[in-house]
Design a protein around this ligand. Structure first.
Ligand SMILES: NC(=O)c1ccc[n+]([C@@H]2O[C@H](COP(=O)([O-])OP(=O)(O)OC[C@H]3O[C@@H](n4cnc5c(N)ncnc54)[C@H](OP(=O)(O)O)[C@@H]3O)[C@@H](O)[C@H]2O)c1
Length: 290
């Protein structure tokens, strides 16, 4: 079976390639080879490769920049996704699309269920929600949408690598402590997606993150502690918990972004999901050997 991964240079695209089951044929492209905003690119690629499955890991992910670049964010996250869905429909291909907790407003105090009401706070979230809607409009119930959150990987830019750098450069840090969610290693997400690939009957909307809950502050403290234990950094600096208003950003972020995953774990037969801190430790171990 042939699987096409878009956004192959991103965090998830990279982990998908590293974890691909050997019985599958994987073709992977990023924007330099196939720009998903180009219907021509997509059609030509589909004709040439005839993939049975598309995993869309391509996205405009610059949350703050998106506030001033709504057109670019929408072109990729809504229109590009719609075109992939159309390409999939025309060829009887299964589309697995990845979305985000940022489609929710974070005003809830219990984990978000897949069918909870979306209400994005910013341009990025709105463009991703529009992309989900486009997928459902074109492919109805046959598509699979997997929402995730707080993704990091050894490859690419993310919070873990930023904290490691700041721990070396600064003498202290202030990190937001009143926004909570679940840090998620892209490696675990990629492996979950491969399990979905093996289960064509699973369609609709599912949530995937690592298990547990943390604030950005908790996450930063854990990164520092785990990295020091592994010898990735040789000192720890004091980290101060901040409130959101003390660290203003162009885009508003959900205060509560925990996703309910029990339906996913049940569907995939996962009895003991990996807690976010164990996943972080594993990622840092890998980073040490890179
Ligand atoms: N990162 C997170 O914390 C997070 C949280 C929740 C959900 N998600 C979702 O998870 C998925 C994967 O995220 P990620 O963290 O792996 O993102 P990422 O590291 O930013 O990777 C996205 C990739 O897509 C590429 N891309 C951008 N525009 C494209 C286009 N027009 N055509 C083809 N490729 C294009 C990017 O290339 P350039 O870098 O050259 O632009 C990049 O290589 C996305 O759907 C994202 O919305 C991410």
């Amino acid at each position: 079976m042939k699987v096409w991964i878009t956004g192959s240079n991103g965090q998830l695209g990279w982990e998908l390639q590293r974890t691909a089951p050997s019985n599958l044929t994987v073709v992977a492209t990023d924007v330099d080879a196939i720009d998903i905003t180009s219907r021509q690119h997509i059609d030509a690629w589909m004709v040439k490769h005839e993939p049975a499955v598309i995993i869309n890991a391509a996205a405009y992910t610059a949350v703050d920049k998106a506030e001033d670049q709504a057109e670019s964010a929408t072109a990729v996250n809504r229109d590009g996704v719609a075109q992939l869905a159309q390409g999939a429909q025309g060829n009887g291909t299964r589309l697995i699309h990845v979305s985000t907790d940022f489609i929710f407003d974070g005003k809830q105090h219990r984990p978000y269920q897949p069918d909870d009401r979306p209400n994005p706070l910013g341009v990025y979230g709105a463009s991703k929600w529009a992309g989900e809607q486009a997928v459902r409009e074109v492919l109805g119930d046959t598509a699979l949408i997997i929402r995730t959150a707080w993704v990091y990987s050894a490859h690419g830019h993310n919070f873990v690598k930023t904290i490691l750098r700041l721990a070396r450069e600064r003498d202290e840090l202030g990190i937001v402590a009143d926004q909570v969610g679940t840090p998620t290693w892209a490696n675990g997400l990629a492996k979950a997606i491969w399990r979905f690939v093996e289960r064509p009957e699973l369609t609709g909307t599912y949530h995937w993150t690592d298990a547990g809950v943390a604030s950005w502050y908790d996450f930063a403290v854990a990164i520092q502690e785990e990295a020091q234990a592994l010898g990735l950094i040789d000192r720890t600096i004091p980290i101060r918990p901040l409130q959101t208003h003390e660290y203003p950003t162009p885009a508003k972020r959900p205060a509560y972004g925990v996703l309910e995953k029990s339906a996913t774990w049940h569907a995939l037969g996962i009895e003991y999901p990996v807690q976010w801190r164990a996943a972080l430790r594993e990622m840092l171990r890998g980073l040490k050997t890179l």
